[in-house]
Every structure is written in structure tokens, then in C-alpha cells.
Design a binder for this molecule. Sequence first.
Ligand code: GLA
Length: 721
Amino acid sequence: MEIISLQTKHTTYQMGVTEHGFLVHLYYGKKVDCNMDYLMTAYDRGFSMNPYDAGDDRTVSADVLPLEYPCYGNGDFRTPAFNIKSSSGVLGCDLRFRSMSRSSGKYSIPGLPAVYAENAEAKTVEILLQDESAGVEVILKYGILTELDVITRSAVIKNTGKQPLFLEKAYSGNLDFLCGDYDVLHFYGRHGMERNCERHTVIHGIQSYGSRRGMSSHQHNPFVILAGRGTNEDDGSCYGVSLLYSGNFNCEVEKDQYQQIRFGIGIHSELFSYPLQPGNIFYTPEAACAYTSDGLGALSRIFHHLIRSHICRGIWQKIPRPVLINNWEATYLDFTGDKIVGIAEKAAALGVEMMVLDDGWFGDRDSDDRALGDWTVNEKKLGGTLQSLSKRIHDMGMKFGLWIEPEMINENSRLYREHPDWALVIPGRKPVRGRNQLVLDYSRREIVDYIFERISEVLDSAQIEYIKMDMNRGLSDLFSASLQYQNAGKTMHDYVLGVYHFLERLISRYPNLLIEGCAGGGGRFDAGMLYYTPQIWCSDDTDAIERIRIQHGTSFGYPISAVGSHVSAVPNEQTGRVTDIHTRAVVAMAGSFGYELDLNLLSKVEMEAIKKQIQDFKRYWHLIHNGDYYRLTTPGIDTEVAAWNFTAQDQSEALLNIVSLDTHCNSPVTYVKCKGLDGNAHYQLEGTSQLISGNALMEIGIPVPIVSGEYHAWQMHFIRL
Ligand code: GLA
């Protein structure tokens, strides 16, 4: 069998070409240096059919082969990664291997986010599959980031025939496993409670996690883990797959009749039917895959590193971002320029570095049923131009940021009155509304470009260093006035391409702008968005205790530097819970730190606390954003405390964070064990003369003080001697 091996530092990914030209997946896991085709077996399997070219040999069947990019139409009846429909309605094809090539460097994908690397850091492998009679060619692309143990996948599909065809399914990647007992860890949620980690056994049939909402969604996240049954935080095999895509997606996990596992991810095949004219090419989004035998914590750290160094771009990728204050929870839409300046003045005195003006500064946006689409400054409300407001903020030594929601339109807006056909609306039918708004048809470039120009005029009119780019509803009413015939499946994907086009234009024209993604909090928190926006508002739920769960789930696939997190007022706006300002800050520091409350309402003691928090965050920034992150507890399982620590990559220091969750009479003591320290070294607890060995901190841990009441927090900084 012809063998194709992809090697990273600690992993091997191996494929083979069978005598009939099927590209099979032989192995993905811990590094090996032998051919893995010995794993293949061949039996005559009842009711699994045979390809014509196998002649009398009934032991060959696509239905049982571990296929690298399974398609519908060749006798494989498991869930395919690929399916086409011809213009006359014929479904399916039979992809066979044609050729393979290797090159140095990492490929990129036109119009879509992709992992990038220096030429010396990465290799690319391309495998050509073809079905001549169906008139289709698929190039499977693999990017190999050797040191990081990451393999990326994407596919390029070409219509080589004479008739148009429709892509009915085109996943980014697929992993077939011949055997193994696996669990899936996936991240489900809702608005205000995103990315809860759920783990369950892979059972017979198909389990799927995806979105049909036009955005990656609050409900499911395009990052999924397949883990060995016994795998835990610190030990065991696990595979992580992160899809760099911000629209509809699906991840399917299937256990078949012979206990083989299939794991595929890509654009959701429902609401997808993409027309491809003869000669035309379709690029799938990219999926980044990693394997480790060192447990879930190590897997997360691979993705943290990947996103920080090979997905996020721009000047803010690795440098400290300004500690900000956002006025949303302080004022909602009810503010004036003076009120904003008042908040900024207080904040500047405490060390806050940027004032962000949220929703409500444009058109006649005094309530959320109007003005989206009218990107002109409401000078009456601000009491002057945006430039004069921005200048007043800058005169205090602060940067200035602005909220936008460029993909949306209100029916009550000048833009809608002028261009009602720019919204996604089905003629003759009343549209579905979300937060009183409709969605602009971003599948049409002229609309994207119009909005880009309006937003650019605003950005050019004042000194603006930051944008919070929001998106507050999903897509429905899929009728694009530009199409000759209606095709919801095309509109859904082209919409995402339009959003990426907007963002690419924005970062090229304003390379120093810091952009924070947002979609009603964390409804579009995915690795695709992080290619354009190095941080994303993690959730509209700012309650510190709820945030512990949300940020814990988020940390499986995304680095702390990506997590927008703020200290807000108490009782908390979303839950009514009261927590101490120190606790709120400890939790918000596990992210891109900021504040979102009216400082005029705080006590002197709280103001002093904020001053110190900002100093602490800056002192610990290198650990928090560029160090290694370790989960020490699991929400829901560890009910007494939540804990996590950051460790310098050279293990010279660590920052331990603990929050107490419960309180009891005459309580037993809880001990928290650190991770990732140098076991043979001694660490000094900052502010004390206490020396503790790294092994002691990791093996027995340290006692959590017993204090009356719940929700106390501690931050302990350990420095290696
Ligand atoms: C969304 C965001 C909030 C805020 C509002 C403004 O809900 O997640 O942070 O910006 O919109 O309308």
C-alpha cells in the first residue's frame, strides 16, 4: 500500500492508498515510525456492497474502510464528509486517489481565515482525489505545524465537468478510527451561559453538535474534543478539532456497526447547497486538529498557543491591551457626552486606559428598535462631534473605543427606508425579528462595501483605537435579492464571506485598531473570528460566579487572551448576585481585563481596590496572557472552590487564583493543588517569607482559608527561588 505519513514532533498522521485507489485513514496519534497498514483487515461483510472494480472480491467495501474524505455514492452508508448533486439531480460520486505533493510553508485560503506560520515552521501536503465521470476534483490540504503538534485540514473542490453541480456537503475534515472507546467533550450553551463543557460516551448512531443560525452560536461551539474513556486533565489520549468558521457548522460523531468511529466537521450540510459552475472552485473553511497523550489540559494549551501565535494577527496579538471601561451596563442607551466624560474621568484617575462608548451614539438610537444601519454620529446626544468627545477622553490620557453592529438594520432607520431590499426578507412574507432588528444581506458585496464606507467615515472623523463589533441576532428569511434563483445554502455561506471581507478591509485600512468581537456576548466565539479580532466579549453574563463556568468551558479551546471579561456592578445586572469587588476582579483577570459599571456609584474603598487591581493585572499580564493556563477544578464537580493557575513557560513563577463557592458551619479545609510548576524548585509566596517546594504545591497543595460567607477570592503569586 502506498503510505502518506505526516509527522509532527510528538504525533503521526498516516494515510494509505488501497489497490483500488481509496484513500484510507490508517492512524492518528502518538508518534510512530512504521507503516500502519497492518491494521487493515478485509472480510466479506453482509450488506456492505462492493465497488465494481473489485470484481469478485467481496472483501472490498467502502462501507467499512476507514476513509480519509468519505463521500456519498460509493457504497459507504455512514455519514459522509462530501456529497454533490448534478444539475439533473443525480446524487453522489466516487472519489479516488490521483496524486500527492509536498511543499514547505503553510497554505492560506482565499477569503477565509487560516492558520499561518513561517515557511520554516510548517509544511503543506496536497492530495488530489477525483471522480472523472461526476466531473469533480477535490484537493485535500494538510498544514503541518511540526513543533506545535497541529495538523490543519481543508478541501478545495473544483467542478471539472461541463454542467453546473451543487455541493450538498463539503466538510473541512474527517477522522475515521478503526477501533477505540471514546468520549466526546462538546460545549453547549445559551445566551448568557455559553460553552458549558459536557462529556459523554460515543454511542452507536450519530451524535452531532452544530448551528443553523448563520453564526457559530451561543448554543454549540465549533470546537470539539474526542477523548479516550479514561482521559483526564493531566493524562490520556485526546484529539481536539477547532473549525475556523463563524457561520453554520456541524460536527458529527458516528459509531458504526463494527465499532469504528467517524468524526467529521465543517459547514452544516442542512441549509447548504452551493452551486458550482464548470471550472469554478469552492474552498472549505479550515479545521485545526491536535492530538496529545498528556490529557485535556495539554490539549488546551496547544490550542491556546496555536490561536495566540498562528491565528490572531496584528499589533495587539501579543502586547498588553488597554484596560478598558465600557459604559453599557452603566448607562445602557441613556447617556450624554458629559456623562461619558464623567465616567472616563473617574476611570482615568484609577489607571483605566481606555473609554469604550457602547451602543447608542449614532442615528436616533435611544431605544433598541431603531437606527441600526444609520452610521452617523448623534451630535445632539453627545453634545458635540465624535472628535470633540474623543479629544476630551484623550486629553485625560486615555484611548477611545466605539461599539458598532455593522451587519444589522432596523426597519425604523433611514437606511431601511431607502433600501428595504438590503435586508434578508422574503418578499410577501413578514420577516422574523430578533431584538427588533433584521439582518443586512452581507452575501452582497455592494452592501458590505457601503457599510464599510460609512463606518470608515466615522473612524476617520475621530481618534478611535478600538472597535467592539457586535451581532445581535441569527439569520433567517434567507432570500437574497441579488440571486437569479433563490438558494438559502449559498446565501448562508456567502454571508460569512461578506463578514470576513468587511473585517479584512477594516484591519488592512486600520492596522493599529484593536477589534473585540461580540455577538450578544459570546455567540460568535470561534477561531475564525479570532483571525480578525484578537479578543471576543465572552458573555453578556457578567456575574463573576456564572463567569467561572463560562470561562472554564471557553478555556478548553481558546486562550485567556481571547476572553473579553469585565468587572461589573452588584447586585449583578443579570443574576442579582452580590460578590465582592476583589472576587469580581480575580475572575475578570482571567481574560482581557476591563470594567463595565458606573464608577460614580462606588465607595472610596472600592475605588482604591480598583486602583490596585489594575496595577496587579499589569504586573501579572505576562503570566495571564502569555503563560500556560491550568484548570485546577471543574464547575459542578468541585463545589467548594473554583481554582486555576497561570505558570510562566519557564516555570519561574505562577499565579494561583481561588474563589470559594460555598460556606458551611465548622467546615473542613479545602486544599488546592497547583499544576505546571518545577517540582524540584522552591517557590516563595509573594508578600511572605514562606518557601514551598514545587512538588508540595502540586502534590498536596495549599489550604484555602475558612472565612464566613461565600464568594471570597485569593490570588497568590509564587516566585521560584
Ligand atoms: C450586545 C452586547 C452587549 C452590548 C449590547 C448593546 O448585547 O453583547 O455587550 O454591547 O449588545 O446593544
